[in-house]
Design a protein around this ligand. Sequence first.
Ligand code: SME
Length: 206
Amino acid sequence: MPHADSSLVPPEITSKAEFWVHVHDQLQNLLEDQRDWVTNLANASSLLYNALLAFRPHFENGDRAVNWCGFYLISSLFPKPRFTAVPCENQGAKTHVDTLSLGPFCGKPACQFINVSPARARGVCATAFLQGKTVLVQNVDEYPGHIACDGDTKSEVVCPLILHKGNDQVVLGVLDLDCLAVSGFDEQDKLGLEAITDLIVKRCDW
Ligand code: SME
């Protein structure tokens, strides 16, 4: 099967529960034999974005089902500059441990960094990261501190990527989905996305 076809949704899939099982299966196939997180997160964001649009292109009022889908990750996962001949004044700030950096995504350009230092953190991604729990926001205008990368976004769901190491847990970053409609995501989406993030964390080397 061509890779692009993994984001198609067969017509016999009509319920959300079936949809999320289908997407999970497709992602499992896409992540086969590949453990590079950049590669896998790139395909995961594309699969989620395109499959959601294939399953329910529009809400009743015509809004698209998803307008952004992607990852923010702890900055220490990103490669450091290999060449130091040209001094980079910002280098220290950009690799700070209290920052999430923009990773693979589908949608319009988004903010590059999210501050997650407990004293200065704000927004949905920072909350999900710091609490290690999914945050479902029905109306972003009513969420104090929401960071508006796109002023048209109305609702959002953010799931943490949690790596289990023995009895310890490390939060590696978050998966963020935005919608142009209020209440664009529900509890079933949350459960589906949590199974997806669990799969992604297990199928990548970090
Ligand atoms: N709205 C997010 C920021 C990321 S963008 O939506 C892509 C937040 O409040 O953390």
